[in-house]
Design a binder for this molecule. Structure first.
Ligand SMILES: C[S@@+](CC[C@H](N)C(=O)[O-])C[C@H]1O[C@@H](n2cnc3c(N)ncnc32)[C@H](O)[C@@H]1O
Length: 187
């Protein structure tokens, strides 16, 4: 996770946001996501954070935000990303798409596109399989296939999903291999 942290460090210094920027931080179950997401909110008083997840994730996320004194700028919203995603400038999807088959991913991504404020972007963190995948990639791919009928994807496969949802990749930053942070904007 160290390199992933590096990516966030680089981007956090882009300067404080000029206006209030709601962001959706998906799936706060993970302690790392929670720590980084809340740290980002703490650093930028102009940010508002929303977690969209199933109802089970709400109490833990709210408690973590309250413990940091961030509850006035943080909302844990129970919901379904197949129906509607809260509007925001930055929509973060970490380890979400690999849980789902292509048709489901297209729906999630299209809902993200519809939820973006003008000038906003979707940021996806996932394993990206290259031509000769090594390490945890193939194992995770097999695991996702057996557990959910889904898969880990190559960058070309992410591009196909993005374009099917009316989005376009503008950056792909490798973090800790085989993880990549993909940024996309509406076409
Ligand atoms: C693999 S976990 C990833 C969690 C977290 N982002 C992380 O990095 O560890 C997938 C998350 O998606 C949430 N989830 C599953 N179905 C959902 C749905 N239909 N709408 C919103 N969230 C959902 C789960 O509750 C879970 O927190």
């Amino acid at each position: 996770m160290r390199r992933c942290c590096r990516w966030f460090r680089r981007h956090r210094d882009a300067g404080p946001p000029a206006r209030r920027q709601p962001g959706v931080v998906e799936g706060f179950r993970d302690r790392h996501v929670r720590r980084r997401g809340l740290a980002r909110l703490a650093r930028h008083p102009g940010l508002e954070g929303i977690v969209l997840d199933l109802p089970h994730a709400g109490p833990g996320a709210r408690a973590a935000a309250a413990a940091r004194g961030l509850d006035d700028r943080f909302t844990a919203e129970p919901g379904d990303f197949f129906s509607e995603i809260p509007r925001g400038d930055l929509l973060l999807l970490k380890y979400i798409l690999h849980d789902w088959k292509d048709e489901n991913c297209l729906r999630i991504l299209a809902n993200c596109r519809d939820a973006l404020h003008p000038g906003g972007r979707v940021v996806i963190t996932e394993i990206v399989m290259d031509d000769r995948p090594t390490g945890i990639g193939p194992l995770m791919d097999l695991g996702m296939l057996t557990a959910a009928g889904s898969r880990e994807r190559s960058l070309a496969q992410f591009d196909t999903l993005l374009s099917g949802a009316g989005l376009r990749r503008v950056a792909a930053t490798p973090v800790q291999p085989p993880y990549v942070v993909i940024e996309a904007v509406p076409v």
